[in-house]
Design a protein around this ligand. Sequence first.
Ligand code: ATP
Ligand code: MG
Length: 659
Amino acid sequence: MTPPSGDAGSSNTLDNLLTESRTFPPSAEFAAEANAKPALYEQAAADREAFWAEQAEQLHWHTPFTKVLDWTDAPFAKWFLGGRINVAYNCVDRHVASGHGEQVAIHWEGEPGDTRTITYANLKDEVSKAANALASLGLVAGDRVAIYMPMVPEAIFAMLACARLGLPHSVVFAGFSAEALRSRIEDASARLVITTDGQYRRGKPAALKPAVDEAVASNPSVEHVLVVRRTESEVDWTDGRDLWWHDLVEAQSTEHTAEAFDAEHPLYILYTSGTTGKPKGILHTSGGYLTQAAYTHRNVFDLKPETDVYWCTADIGWVTGHSYIVYGPLANRATQVVYEGTPNTPHEGRHWEIVQKYGVSIYYTAPTLIRTFMKWGADIPAKYDLSSLRVLGSVGEPINPEAWMWYREHVGANRTPIVDTWWQTETGAIMISPLPGVTSTKPGSAMGPLPGIGAKVVDEAGNEVGKGGGGYLVLDQPWPSMLRGIWGDEARFRETYWSRFESQGFYFAGDGAKYDTDGAIWLLGRVDDVMNVSGHRISTTEVESALVSHPTVAEAAVVGAADPTTGQGIVAFVILRGDAVDGGDAAVQALRNHVAKEIGPIAKPRQIMVVPELPKTRSGKIMRRLLRDVAENRQVGDVTTLADSTVMNLISAGLQKGS
Ligand code: ATP
Ligand code: MG
């Protein structure tokens, strides 16, 4: 990554949108019952390592750790040294052992409307059978397993079975192509691939196994392909290699003794979204990762295992699915909803119908979906009883203040706290977020680092900027769930995250951020995306938020395109709201003027293009690099991690027609 020249955004950053005056303090009732108390910050500040030790002690250790942190081999951290732990035991068995076997772990809702209710006792049986099955294939601790599955319960059983046996898993989005799967299998030399025959997507079954057949053909490391039957699609079969889950796993015993592994035993490899370039195989280990996933899940979402029904809408192919569907919630004995399908199948109220049906109390989703809900209209959530909701979360991108307010009003009834959680595949767990019941929130701000976390905004030289200043977001202290490297590429690990502020020893996150006058942190998007217009550094997030604050705009993506006079010119791609059909010249002019009024004339987009869709990763992030290619009339770059690869054709076709 090339850092931009000059300051990432301090003195001359335009910051009108960030002078947000609305604040939402926690209610006294919520604060009284909240898991997190203000004292957590003081406790962590007084002795960070003792604080983390206390969090780790909430887990079950087969052998207690003797030292909290070894940072002498930085940037390779070791946490909870001497400790031995089994991650799956912590997520499953210990809850059964403590008498909660009958508690529902997963309310599973299939896209076609079929459902399954899985208690912790059921989960223990399923994971044990799967572990026995994997062991029967000769897999031993350290072997890698690729998981390429839709959101079916077996995907979670498979991940936990791997964790139980010390087999690092590599989950690959079931929406990715055979080529994306092939390269990930190869990178990790997986011995086994677990998949399904097909998956439901937008009401129709689509084949999945053919992509595995193609990916495995040129990967000699793969000995077996284990196939869950989901859609009853016809599949090609390679005898000796392919095995049905219902043959192999169902025949196994439900007894399996979990063995303990070193706290630093690898738990999984997960490739980043690829929003900015070639995905990186991020390595996470066991004890520290589970400690922070559980701690953040308990405090940021205020989870009460006895009464809450939690729902995170992510896919397990994304880190959010790893930390906040599988490991964090299950370690905390949550009862959760897992939904297989798309939010508008068979209708645009599906999520609210599910919230109503299960009495969901905690709902965690991404800004892209909130903006989609806005586009579909507030009358849709209004048709359902959402009164069970008490905490709302957001992750994945900066949430525009407008979307935050809409979420609060139309989903949260102007009552529920919203937690905007900043983190990355690399951080493994939430790093910057409000704590419900403690923090007064501002729409669009992730507020501050959690207790135990060191994060700050620094200038080019690594000095912390003052209130009102902007620059680079860095993490200045090691944290338990930090990545332990990029699989097989130490040089890229050091270069990507640790070279930018090498002398200070800071982890460079790649994101720009600023402090407002109260010292709250506002994420400004990728440092690579910051635009330079006539010497002014303008963040894409600010211009996008200005556009989204206009009543006709549902979504906006902004890029800086090379411009002979201004250095870069601002080019915006907008999707109009359902009821705003007119995308003509007058409408575009009105939007340009609106941005000028909201931010300043310098931020007025050079060009605004009305498009039907935006290119997004499977985790819902806008891929600005592809739009930059369009804006600069270049061949569009690598699209392998796009959720829908036809989107770029749609955009290009629309633009040719319009020009
Ligand atoms: P790649 O690193 O391969 O380009 P990626 O960064 O999109 O992909 P992830 O690890 O899934 O992959 O995403 C982390 C990034 O998402 C963060 O660096 C940040 O840019 C963005 N992000 C996540 N949560 C938030 C948030 N609450 N506010 C602002 N940005 C966020
Ligand atoms: Mg990234």
